[in-house]
Ligand binder design. Structure first.
Ligand code: OGA
Ligand code: NI
Length: 333
């Protein structure tokens, strides 16, 4: 099947974009992005020797924002640089070479090279192509779907993941403490050692009319946590206190998103962040989110210790698979 990749469409557009990419007035970044001074999303320094301070900042950010920039997280700069270099090299391969990895929409699997085939519910398309593959745990990896070019792709991704797994453990431990429950509570609740790490590489081609279109439309992630590194092209926007504003680019920071599953487990104490992405007129934007997701059959609901007579559950308890199905099909949760 022939698919129109956004990258191919973009390369033939000089000063216009197809109407299916043009967003309604109320969605366009050109009219909905806050002008003037905007808040910065909180920064958490994981190397701070005062652990109480780290904990307090992370917990506050997760309650009030659902997102924070994690700096000095222990992943060497070089490891991030290489992850980005090999991903960029893949997206710069000739189109035919990338198509060899095209995701089969009938396979039931998300893994592979793709473009959103179905339009959004309002009939609009998103200015982004992507690649999905599982990076952890090793038993769930299917190397057959990973890019074989450039040759260093596998090694660089494995190296990054090894470090990332430690960071995720630290965050889930701290967030558990912030709820006043055992340190391993959240990790166990999202699958323990079976927690799945799904890497997505987003490729947002340069766009002649970034004021009219969106990369990814507004959403909260279905994951427990999402840890993302962007390239230097700003584009992630966060919605808070009624305004959309840009997340600043901090070199080597990991942008940590609280996803729906942590919001549910915490019974709403931690908030899943509403976010979207804009695109750039001259430069390709890229980002590498890793979605940390419970295995499909894992049953997720508010942690019983947090509930009481004055604290009824705000969310249903259900399997992650059912949760995804309802959200993707816009059914009530
Ligand atoms: C996503 C997403 C943000 C970004 O892919 O879910 O929100 O900065 N991406 O690319
Ligand atoms: Ni997202």
């Amino acid at each position: 099947m022939e698919v129109d990749r956004v990258q191919s469409i973009a390369s033939s557009m000089v000063d216009n974009i197809p109407s299916e990419f043009v967003r309604s007035e109320k969605e366009r970044p050109g009219t909905t992005t806050h002008l003037g001074p905007a808040p910065d999303i909180p920064t958490v320094d994981l190397s701070d020797p005062d652990y109480g301070q780290v904990l307090q900042k992370m917990v506050k950010a997760s309650k009030e924002w659902g997102i924070f920039q994690l700096v000095n997280h222990g992943i060497p700069e070089e490891v991030i640089r290489k992850l980005q270099a090999v991903g960029k090299e893949f997206f710069e391969l000739p189109q035919e070479e990338k198509e060899a990895y095209a995701r089969d929409p009938n396979s039931g699997s998300l893994e592979g090279y793709g473009t959103r085939l179905q339009k959004d519910f309002d009939g609009k398309k998103s200015w982004v192509d992507f690649f999905f593959h599982i990076v952890w745990p090793p038993s769930r990896i299917n190397f057959a779907v990973w890019p074989k070019k450039p040759a260093a792709y596998r090694e660089c991704n494995e190296e990054y993941t090894k470090y990332l797994v430690d960071v995720v453990d630290k965050i889930l431990g701290a967030l558990s403490e912030g709820l006043g429950v055992e340190r391993n509570t959240l990790k166990n609740a999202v699958g323990g050692e079976d927690l799945e790490y799904m890497l997505k590489i987003n490729y947002y081609p340069p766009c002649p009319r970034p004021d009219l279109t969106l990369g990814v439309v507004q959403h909260t992630d279905m994951s427990s946590l999402t840890l993302l590194v962007p390239n230097e092209v700003q584009g992630l926007q966060v919605f808070k206190d009624g305004i959309w504003f840009d997340a600043k680019y901090i070199p080597n920071a990991l942008i940590v998103h609280i996803g729906d599953q942590i919001e549910i487990l915490s019974n709403g104490i931690y908030k899943a962040v509403l976010h979207r992405t804009t695109v750039n007129k001259e430069k390709a934007r890229m980002s590498w989110p890793v979605f940390c997701e419970p295995p499909p059959e894992t049953v997720v609901g508010p942690i019983p210790e947090l509930l009481g007579e004055d604290n009824p559950p705000k969310f249903k308890t259900k399997s992650f698979k059912d949760y995804q199905y309802c959200k993707l099909n816009k059914l009530p949760q």
